[in-house]
Write a protein that binds this ligand. Structure first.
Ligand SMILES: Nc1ncnc2c1ncn2[C@@H]1O[C@H](COP(=O)(O)OP(=O)(O)OP(=O)(O)O)[C@@H](O)[C@H]1O
Ligand SMILES: [Mg+2]
Length: 172
């Protein structure tokens, strides 16, 4: 009986949580700066320097927590798939068609052209001999959050030549 009541409570809480996800004005630059600051400890461990964010204060209409999840995932990947001692550049800018753009550029292992189309698929991981761990879910989550904001995520990459991930969502 008690168990039943508990699970019902959980369901209600989950529904409330979903409903609570209203979109409000979010300064993407401030959010990126805050995230870079927090994640820099992880970068330090690998002697990677997080540069930025550079750019401008661009405001979007969104869910701050979810947008932060995007930035965390992209920077986490950049750190994982870039050799120690390199730099990662984060930028926030206005883009064409009233879009806001956030980019994370690394100088890491890159992704082969034939694998690029799968990078955002659930559970997709390029096997490497470097032993980085992951579920292959990060970019799938990133893609769905960007879509939920009326935007998109894309990548430019070259095997061995680094990657630049770009999130674009409409400005407020
Ligand atoms: N910045 C990057 N440089 C090179 N390869 C990348 C980069 N970001 C992602 N990838 C490749 O795309 C795959 C999918 O990335 P994704 O973030 O979805 O999964 P993951 O990092 O392996 O695991 P998780 O994010 O769930 O911990 C990665 O396994 C990796 O092969
Ligand atoms: Mg990841």
């Amino acid at each position: 009986m008690r168990h039943k009541r508990t699970s019902k409570f959980f369901i209600i809480r989950e529904v409330r949580r979903r409903v609570k996800r209203v979109h409000r004005p979010v300064d993407l630059f401030d959010l990126a700066a805050e995230t870079v600051e927090q994640i820099s400890l992880l970068a330090d461990e690998k002697s990677i320097v997080l540069e930025g964010p550079s750019g401008a204060h661009v405001v979007v209409q969104g869910d701050r927590d979810r947008l932060k999840q995007v930035i965390v995932n992209l920077i986490d990947n950049a750190i994982k798939y870039t050799p120690a001692g390199s730099r990662i550049a984060i930028a926030v800018e206005e883009a064409a068609d009233r879009m806001a753009a956030l980019s994370v550029a690394d100088t890491g292992v890159g992704i082969a052209r034939e694998n690029l189309e799968f990078a955002f698929d659930r559970f997709y991981r390029v096997t490497t001999d470097r032993g980085e761990v992951g579920a292959g879910l990060g970019l799938a989550i990133v893609r769905s959050i960007c879509a939920a904001h009326g935007g998109r995520v894309s990548v430019e990459s070259k095997l061995g030549g680094g990657s630049t991930f770009l999130m674009e969502i409409p400005r407020a």
